[in-house]
Write a protein that binds this ligand. Structure first.
Ligand SMILES: [Zn+2]
Length: 353
């Protein structure tokens, strides 16, 4: 009997990604703790004596990755828990961060903003959030010394972890601003922990000089996107898939020049968007919104950034010009200064000639 066919999210390597060579490939929304190599999970588990559901890559893969296009949100979350099992010590965290930088460089990315919730990463083994985030900064620095990619870090406040944790994660991000942390995000259970709880936290973050991106408009509706912009000071919105439910919110996004960090495969896997054909980027772009394409959790989704560009062309139907606009949007919305922006552009243009 043959096993049921599954729809692979991966594309053949010979299908080149439609990424313009004269613009820098940029990923603004990637969780480094959602991007842990299977081999690293196995090695760390062995080193620290952690029991896993499998002891080789092929048997571990279905526990760590989503291999079909459609899975439930609970399936997605269960895979995160497995990756967190190996965030067992600061050295392990630093290794995961450094390998993220290496993987990014191998994808051909020039600039990336990696994000993580240090309290969430350290939760299982009681690691201190500031020390976890410091280990991330250490790993990223080590990676940047070895690979030609520029990386900045975004701290996350995990919505479900509670008030004390919010402040600890925020203060960790502020304390490490000189070590590569550039911004703060809000992630997790949007439906039960709305942005209205976080007005004071984001006021503190803005006063300290952190840049603001907020995950909103996925589990909750367009109102959550409005609240993130008007009350939290969001410059970018993570996902924001449901913003298009309210034309007034769409107008607000356009007027304020807010950038949307769209993650196509992740949204389909969590069923936020029922299928690629109904994914909003084409209508958003054609309405003049600043859309970017991002990978979210490549280790869980079994994808990379080039994959998402192929999806955007092959399944969302975006044109070459629209994909160019997306790349330019990412450069414009990156949390970098204009000198760095110009340098990234110059590197890409030189490479293209
Ligand atoms: Zn995300």
């Amino acid at each position: 009997m043959t096993p049921p066919a599954s729809v692979s999210t991966s594309q053949p390597a010979r299908d080149p990604a439609p990424i313009a060579r004269d613009l820098p490939p940029i990923d603004l929304h990637r969780h480094l703790d959602g991007n842990v190599r299977l081999t690293t999970i196995l090695e760390l588990a062995r080193a620290y004596g952690i029991r896993l559901p499998a002891d080789n890559v092929e048997e571990l893969r279905p526990h760590a990755q989503i291999q079909d296009v459609v899975a439930s949100v609970m399936d997605f979350i269960a895979r995160f828990a497995l990756l967190k099992l190996v965030c067992v010590a600061e050295d392990a965290v630093a290794r995961i961060a450094e390998e993220n930088v290496e993987d990014t460089a191998r994808e051909g990315i020039d600039y990336i903003e990696l994000r993580c919730s240090p309290a969430c990463m350290g939760e299982r083994y009681g690691l201190d959030p500031t020390r976890v985030l410091a280990a991330v900064c250490r790993g990223v620095k080590a990676g940047m010394a070895r690979y030609p990619v520029q990386v900045q870090i975004i701290g996350i406040m995990s919505r479900h972890l509670g008030e004390e944790s919010y402040w600890r994660e925020l203060e960790a991000a502020i304390a490490l601003m000189g070590e590569g942390v550039i911004g703060i995000d809000l992630a997790g259970d949007e439906a039960n922990f709305p942005g209205t709880r976080f007005v004071r936290h984001f006021a503190r973050a803005r006063a300290a000089g952190l840049r603001i991106t907020v995950y909103a408009g996925e589990a909750a509706g367009a109102w959550s996107v409005r609240q993130a912009i008007e009350e939290l000071g969001a410059e970018r919105i993570g996902h924001g898939a449901r913003a298009s439910e309210d034309p007034a919110v769409m107008r607000l996004i356009a007027e304020r020049g807010i950038t949307l960090e769209v993650c196509p495969t992740s949204n389909v896997q969590t069923q936020t968007v029922p299928d690629y054909a109904r994914h909003p980027p084409p209508q958003l772009l054609r309405a003049g919104q600043r859309v970017t394409l991002n990978s979210d959790d490549p280790g869980i989704s079994a994808i990379d950034l080039p994959h998402e560009y192929r999806v955007a062309r092959n399944r969302l139907g975006l044109t070459t010009d629209e994909l160019r606009t997306i790349q330019a949007n990412a450069l414009a919305a990156a949390f970098i200064d204009d000198v760095t922006r110009a340098r990234l552009l110059a590197i890409a243009q030189k490479r293209a000639t």
